[in-house]
Design a protein. Sequence first.
Lengths: 434, 580
Amino acid sequence: MTNALKNKQKDALVIGAGIAGLQAALDCADQGKNVVVVERSPSIGGAMIGLSKVFPTLDCASCITTPRMASAIHHPNIETLTFTEVLSVEKTETGFRAHVRKKPRHIREQDCIGCKRCEEACPVFVPDEFEHGLGARKAISIPFTNAIPQYPVLDIGNCMACGACAKICPTQCIDFLQKPEEFDIEAGTVIVATGFAVTAMDAKKQYGEGKLPNVISPLQAERLLAPHGPYGRVLRPSDGKIPSSIAYVQCAGSRDKSIGVPYCSRVCCMYAIKQAMLLSGSLPIADITIYYMDIRAFGKGYEQFYQNAKAMGIMFVKAKVGRIREDADHNPILRIERQEDLCRVEEVTHDLVVLSNGMLPGFDVTRFGITTASDGFAALPREKAHPEQTSSDGIFSAGTACGPKDIVDTVVEASAAAMAAANYLRQRGIHGQP
Amino acid sequence: MDSPKVGIYVCHCGGNISDVIDVKDVVAKAGLLTGVALAKEYPFMCSDPGQGMIVDDIRSGKIDRVVVAACSPTLHELTFRNALIRAGLNPYLFEHINIREQVSWVHKSDKAGATAKAIRLIAAGVAKVAIQDPLENLTVDAVQGVAVIGGGIAGMQTALALSASGFQVSLIEKTPNLGGKLLSLDTLYPDGEKAADFLSPLCEAVFKDVNIAVHCSCEVEEITGFVGNFKLRISNGSEFAAGAIIMATGYENYQPKSAEMGFGSFPGVITLPMLHEILKKHKNAEGNAGFMVDGRPIHKVAFVHCIGSRQAEGVNEPQADGKVNDYCSRVCCTAALHAIRELTAGFPNIRVFDIYQDIRTYGRGHEEIYEKVADSGTIFFRYEQATPPVVADGTVTVQDVLTWNEKLEIPADLIVLATGMMPQPIQKLVEQLRLPRGSDRFLQEAHPKLRPVEIANNGIFLAGTCQGPMDIKESSAAAFAAASKAAALLGKGKISLDPFVARVNSSLCDGCKACLAECSYPGAITLIESSKGFVAKVTGALCKGCGACAAVCPHRAIEIAGWGLDQFDAMVDALVAEEA
């Protein structure tokens, strides 16, 4: 991979290289279209590559994401640009022109051999984004073990310019002065697969404003449970204690007008149940409680998964959590209103609490010349007949860019978007070369 | 043949393997095996740098055969075969050894034993790959046409997408009309569009499309052939070839059993699909003042959710096959609430009671329907799976967990059962095509995330509710995804198939027909006349490589390419060898 594309005239531009973007790119490429995938992070793989295991099959997430990553990167019809952001998309006579900015990694990619010596030599530790702050990375580092491409990023904001990396690099590829590069890509059609963001830990002030150390996000919980996670086992952040009582607060970032997210985020019930199952596997004597409004186990095999979790002893309590504070030992105390049986208000203490945060749009897609709906996700004006068609003819959307959804639904939509994109190209006389 | 140079690569799987197996010891001992040129370990062999190691070692001439010891081959065998192709080596000079599922995961408490087992399995892999000959994929011509079975929303959408993609489509529908279940709906959620307004332009587009041959009132009589060239005969006598088949056979509404929830016992108990029909007619009737069902004015309506869905053994009566419907039907919550919204919009004086387990309004715009219904005065009661509501004439008794588990008697002059989905009975197709089904009886995809619209059978794809409950939007997406897979499969004009099929050594074959008798795949083995009499011949595209023939052949004359009898001998020898 070099700084520029081999060819800047493409059949399809896919924005985002998470599972939606990768699948859409593969489906387009398998139909003979030339595709460029542009990803703003340093690696492809999106949110999925950071997950532990996935519901309802409990497959290891790495094990089913890496084949897609590897197939995309090696596909003869696909080129991938990472650490590159699409700034704008405009319609042209022949299709679309995207203006992109390649951010500086501060290494010369064509010379880097991914040997990691710079990372080993770097003396600066900073919180690791891939571990959601639970671990540390170096100021120059490859983002995670199975990242593609295996190039480090020199995080210039945290670099103390000691030069250790430059001294040890066997190919002298460190470039402290590297500048961003901007250029245009022409494409016949565009697929928007920009994914989601997660509601903030302080979105709901009553839940500790993100300041309670033992109230963690679901993505942090994913890392705690991942086979190669930050601690290699499940420990709570404040004191490293093995938690024996863990609670999930459902709808902590969804179905709540007070935080501006009135919609259901679709995945939180299932990821909470999945994490609860994995936790009860790694901590067999721990009590795990899920406080919920409705359990929305609607997908194929999901209801059965939920019933299995109940049978395993995971406690499901229909209750709304009003407030979370902590005691002197940082044990979170939940003030809950039970909505069943005695229907009373009570306070319960747990060792560790996971806020089941919801999904927000991951990117401002209006930059691409398409409109958003009231929920902020890409609008789909004819969603029943064309669940992949955005407000702009020739621009399609897949995955969580057009609303919260799980991996199964995302992958299906991605293939659907690719079909629509291929047919759009065909209508305009671009047949590709199968 | 030069003596083989095998490269061994042991994956840590980020600790999944290396936490149990001593990978350094494995590499040291496996490196000493006969024929092994090098042995290495790496945290993620499937990652790009992991694959890069293999490619570099092949290109630099250090190795000419590869063994990777990692996860299950179902996950990454193809990944590594592709790496061999990139390096310019025949992709079948590769052996994938599973030391994760079959070793580290199952022998967590015996690290030394796990390590020893991993070494033996690798030794067997080395012995096998050392005598492997390069194999070539089979190639078959792809007919540029697709048969779509089912003319509902999924079938029509698939047909339109494939036609736009340049394929000839045969759309087979068993009823007289296109449209499937949409024909019986009144308005559609989430936007309230009239079903007919949504459906007619789609039907029109299908009928007008010169690439789509519509066969209504037709059923499939017979399907033979294989991927790229299926032959179909349908009940109107037409016969045609298709490169791929799309299953879009849809669902049927769950039919409550006699007296289930008072259905059939009391006139006021109907299903949600019956309500749709009533609403449709009602709106067409002119000058009606109130909501009438069977001539009775209706004032209070109770909706009961999860009828035929989320069933539990011991609580619900099993279905005909002895199993309960333990799955969620996904669409009924929103569909029921949408019906309430439509009903109360048309007849504001109707009181509505909604009796549910969980309200699953997950989709975009669905929560708003729920909210609107709740705000407009519908009262919700929540029951638990173990204590379902009891229906009597004019009342529903529910043990409501939201109000201290009180037993509440709810008066209702109409009780609507939100019934779930069951797959269409397609037993004949399932048998003819050997289609895989899940325990929920819906057709079973090959992998929910990696291959969500594909099945184990080559060239057959799933679209819509034959696979599981979906709404219209989701069926459309599944239809386009299935079309995408079919277009990619057929688009090149040729299809490449795995080479692991039976092959005959005619010099050893005496034409005894033992293999022919054992073969389960019609046409895969035939007898042909040769200079020495009759000998067996294999048609590769029809052979599934099951090996039944190899097992019965008395002369070792037939075997599976890539799984030769000599290779099995070598593997067994390696597995039971004295430790070096």
